[in-house]
Write a protein that binds this ligand. Structure first.
Ligand SMILES: Nc1nc2c(ncn2[C@@H]2O[C@H](COP(=O)(O)OP(=O)(O)O)[C@@H](O)[C@H]2O)c(=O)[nH]1
Ligand SMILES: [Mg+2]
Length: 238
């Protein structure tokens, strides 16, 4: 398994892609800023061309730890994360969605294996925590995509599609993300595993929302993910 020379981790960049999340973004930002960590955090928010009041809400946030970047038009979660990654300066990087499905307190659980020097990539597993709040279709889809990942990449993963992905920034710095939309998850997973790094999973809590509450991912994204998993398995570029 590939490793990296140990460094003293001092900073964590939290990447938050935001598209039309006017009702949750303020709350999730304040939850993020409340987490007590042994690291400095910097929160990079990418407003992905929101057409609701998200921009106005973001403008009310005044905290030196928070930076807001803006896409003039909507480009997708992958594109928003690509923008965020190019602005990331932390020794570590984690992704945080702008809804309330994930609990930032769980960052501490994700950081555990990294700060103990046991991992350079950690995913939050919604199935081993209290992941009961996932609808049947999403549960099946996520399970299936994780199984396809495990088979293609010879690495047992339970929750490939999880938002909570924490990396030593040296792991992802060489990667050029090309997926604009939800293909980001398979792409980054593929490119981390293909470099020879292990991904450690830890249990996290999950409060899934339904479509009527704003959930946007659908079975179409599931097919896109399978295509991406196959494509990135056999492509050579990082
Ligand atoms: N659906 C969607 N989400 C985006 C987009 N750009 C950024 N995001 C953000 O990406 C995150 C994941 O989206 P979400 O709809 O919660 O995905 P889901 O919960 O997996 O259905 C949220 O923070 C969104 O605000 C986009 O174009 N479409
Ligand atoms: Mg979500």
């Amino acid at each position: 398994m590939r490793t990296l020379p140990p460094i003293e981790y001092k900073t964590l960049t939290v990447l938050m892609p935001v598209f039309n999340e006017q009702s949750t973004v303020k709350e999730i930002v304040s939850r993020c800023l409340l987490v007590e960590l042994p690291l400095e955090i910097d929160l990079v928010i990418v407003d992905d061309g929101s057409s609701d009041e998200t921009a106005e809400v973001l403008a009310t946030i005044e905290d030196p730890k928070v930076r807001v970047l803006t896409h003039a038009t909507n480009q997708g979660k992958g594109a928003a994360l690509r923008t965020g990654l190019s602005a990331a300066t932390g020794d570590l990087v984690i992704v945080q969605d702008a809804d309330l499905e994930y609990n930032p307190e769980d960052w501490r659980v994700l950081l555990g294996p990294v700060l103990e020097g046991r991992a350079v990539a950690v995913y939050g597993n919604r199935f081993s925590g209290s992941g009961k709040n996932m609808s049947g279709l999403h549960r099946f889809g996520n399970r299936f995509l994780s199984l396809v990942t495990s088979v293609l990449y010879a690495k047992k993963l339970n929750d490939m599609e999880t938002c909570y992905k924490l990396f030593d920034r040296r792991v992802i710095a060489p990667i050029k993300v090309i997926s604009d939309r939800f293909d980001f998850e398979p792409e980054i997973t593929a490119k981390v595993l293909r470099q020879g790094y292990d991904i450690v999973e830890v249990p996290i809590s999950y409060a899934g929302r339904e479509f009527h509450e704003g959930k946007k991912i659908t079975w179409r994204d599931g097919f896109g993910a399978i295509r991406a998993l196959i494509r990135f398995r056999f492509s050579r570029t990082l």
